[in-house]
Design a protein around this ligand. Structure first.
Ligand SMILES: O=c1ccn([C@H]2C[C@H](O)[C@@H](CO)O2)c(=O)[nH]1
Ligand SMILES: [Zn+2]
Length: 140
């Protein structure tokens, strides 16, 4: 990890306790860096109606959208949890990543004890569906 990625990591670990996860007791935290140096963060937020839960990764990405940053490309997304191996995002989050990131955008999977693995969006979600596919297959 370089120094700006290390900053994302420290921030994500710092925010792990903020996760609202009374049901799973599984805390996840994510931090996102834009090309111009802006950072957004997210933690998982659960609900008594379990299906209304949202993951940390999507909260960080939705914060990025909500702050009007979509013209400032995402450079890197880092995820952390109290797992023994670097945590890996769920399928729904991967598809949301595909909406707002490029194939080569860096994704750093980490855990709170400092293990990490670097990947790109294309590594973790090959053959992903995009708006281009939607335009291509739409009824004329
Ligand atoms: O990558 C992941 C995996 C799981 N979770 C959350 C969803 C739920 O609150 C809890 C257990 O699945 O962890 C995330 O936020 N990100
Ligand atoms: Zn997810």
């Amino acid at each position: 990890m370089n120094s700006e990625e290390r900053k994302l990591y420290d921030l994500a670990v710092k925010h792990l306790d903020t996760a609202y996860a009374p049901y799973s007791k599984f805390h996840v935290s994510a931090a996102l860096l834009t090309e111009s140096g802006k950072i957004t963060t997210g933690v998982n937020i659960e609900n008594a109606a379990y299906g209304s839960t949202i993951c940390a990764e999507r909260v960080a990405i939705f914060n990025y959208v909500n702050q009007g940053l979509t013209s400032d490309p995402i450079k890197c997304l880092l995820i952390t949890g109290n797992t023994s191996r670097p945590i890996s995002p769920c399928g729904s989050c991967r598809q949301v990543m595909a909406e707002f990131m490029q194939a080569g955008t860096k994704i750093i999977l980490t855990n709170a004890k400092g293990d990490y693995k670097e990947a790109t969006l294309a590594d973790i979600l090959p053959y992903y569906f995009t708006d281009g596919d939607l335009a291509d297959g739409r009824n004329k």
